[in-house]
Every structure is written in structure tokens, then in C-alpha cells.
Design a binder for this molecule. Structure first.
Ligand SMILES: C[S@@+](CC[C@H](N)C(=O)[O-])C[C@H]1O[C@@H](n2cnc3c(N)ncnc32)[C@H](O)[C@@H]1O
Length: 230
């Protein structure tokens, strides 16, 4: 399991809303999203239960993508990783050269979970994320966290780029497409959940559907893509 303090648990439930129990879900419906994200998520979460549920969820995600990513010494980039539980598991199970994260450094007042046209929804705190990763065993020398709004983004090439329930699920792929072209080589694998699989057949040379979901916020396919077409 992951050991979470209250602040970390709060971020995790905002990032992975399915982790909250049915009871809390009912309260969220009753009191509304503002009260949920500003009060209930701050004070009424069971950190042990959430630490275990978060670990289980990330372990399942790992098992799904493992066979696509398990070569040695690769550079990973995660876009919208949340706290980075998946990357902690990858780090324990695969020999990784480096992890870079691009995330946002604030929590929206009213968490909406939909298609965010203005690219303003965010639920993270980069200091908390860094502490969480190091506390759970990631070596700080192979870890870099970039603030999407403030930092110059990394310009080296990455072998694996992962963005679960984030890029093209909550915000438009095209926000990143030019940048992704720059930092990928012909064998870079880009994994993300999308609501418009067909579109990417004209963007990449190779697009494979890894899995499909119909029950979450909206129906989506998890795809793995490589080689931009132009
Ligand atoms: C629904 S959460 C998914 C978190 C994690 N990937 C997971 O599967 O548990 C989406 C994440 O994307 C982040 N985010 C929002 N806009 C972003 C952007 N433009 N670039 C990078 N991250 C962003 C949010 O702060 C949030 O942590």
C-alpha cells in the first residue's frame, strides 16, 4: 500500500474520484462539488483505506501497461500523473533511467471532471507530489517535476510518455501535440485515454487500442501510439 497523509489523500481522491466510498459519494452529491473539494475532502477521508485503494488501482493500471513498457533504461515522461502512484510501481518493477512529470500546481475550487476546454482544471500540489514520491522510495536524482504553467518544459527525448485519464480525456491533445513531436523519437510510445480514437489514426503511424472503458466519466479507449505522421 501507499502511506498517505491527509493532504496527499485529499489530492488522490480529487484526482481519482472513484476511490471515495459510496457514503462520501452521497455526501458529495448532497452538498455539492464546492463543499466537497474544499471541506469534506480535507477533513473526512480515511487515509489508510485510500492508501490501499490507490495502490490497488495503480497496480491494476501497471499490469495493463506492463508488457508495453518493460524494456530497461528508458526515460519516462508523465503528463497529468496526479501524485504519481503508477510511476512508483513502475520504478519498483522496471529499471528506469529517469522520470519527468508535467503537472499543474493548484487545486481548482470546483472540481468538474469533464472536458476542460479552457485547460484550467487542476488538482495537484507539486511540493506534496515530490515529497510523496521520495517518501515512497523514488530516488530524487532521477526525478524531475515541471509546473505546466510556470516552468520551461524538458526538451530531451523520451522513450515512454504516459497520461492516464488526463491528456485527451480532460483536456485537448492539441495543447501538447507540437511539444510531443519535439520530444519524441520514432520509437517513443505514447499511452493515453481518449474519447476519439479514430482521430489519432491520422496523427500517428501506429495506434493500438489497449483497452476500453464505458463506465467512467465518459467512454474512452486507452491507446498506445508511436511515430507522428508529419
Ligand atoms: C483526472 S487526474 C488523473 C491523474 C492520474 N493520471 C491518474 O490516472 O490517477 C488529471 C490530472 O491532470 C492534471 N492536469 C490538468 N491539466 C493539466 C495540464 N495541462 N498538463 C498537465 N497536467 C494537467 C491535474 O492536475 C490532475 O492531476
Amino acid at each position: 500500500m501507499f502511506y498517505l497523509n491527509r493532504k496527499e489523500a485529499r489530492l488522490v481522491v480529487l484526482q481519482r474520484i472513484e476511490l471515495i466510498s459510496n457514503f462520501i459519494k452521497k455526501i458529495r452529491k448532497l452538498f455539492g462539488r464546492y463543499i466537497f473539494s474544499n471541506f469534506i475532502s480535507k477533513y473526512f477521508l480515511d487515509t489508510k483505506v485510500i492508501g490501499q485503494a490507490y495502490y490497488n488501482d495503480m497496480n491494476e493500471e501497471f499490469k495493463e501497461i506492463e508488457k508495453y513498457i518493460n524494456s530497461k533504461n528508458q526515460n519516462f515522461l508523465s503528463i497529468g500523473s496526479g501524485l504519481g502512484g503508477l510511476e512508483l510501481i513502475i520504478d519498483k518493477k522496471i529499471d528506469v533511467s529517469s522520470f519527468s512529470f508535467i503537472e499543474k500546481n493548484y487545486v481548482s475550487k470546483k472540481v468538474k471532471y469533464g472536458w476542460d476546454i479552457s485547460n484550467k482544471e487542476a488538482y495537484n500540489d507539486l511540493n506534496i507530489q515530490k515529497k510523496f514520491l521520495i517518501k515512497n522510495g523514488m530516488d530524487s536524482s532521477k526525478l524531475n517535476i515541471f509546473d505546466y504553467d510556470k516552468d520551461k518544459l524538458p526538451s530531451n527525448k523520451f522513450d515512454i510518455i504516459i497520461s492516464l485519464y488526463s491528456l485527451d480525456y480532460h483536456y485537448d491533445f492539441n495543447i501538447y501535440s507540437k511539444y510531443l513531436k519535439k520530444i519524441s523519437h520514432n520509437k517513443t510510445k505514447i499511452i493515453f485515454d481518449t474519447i476519439r480514437f479514430n482521430y489519432f489514426q491520422n496523427v500517428f503511424d501506429k495506434v493500438v487500442v489497449m483497452s476500453e472503458r464505458t463506465k467512467n466519466i465518459h467512454s474512452s479507449k486507452r491507446i498506445i501510439c508511436s511515430k507522428f505522421l508529419d
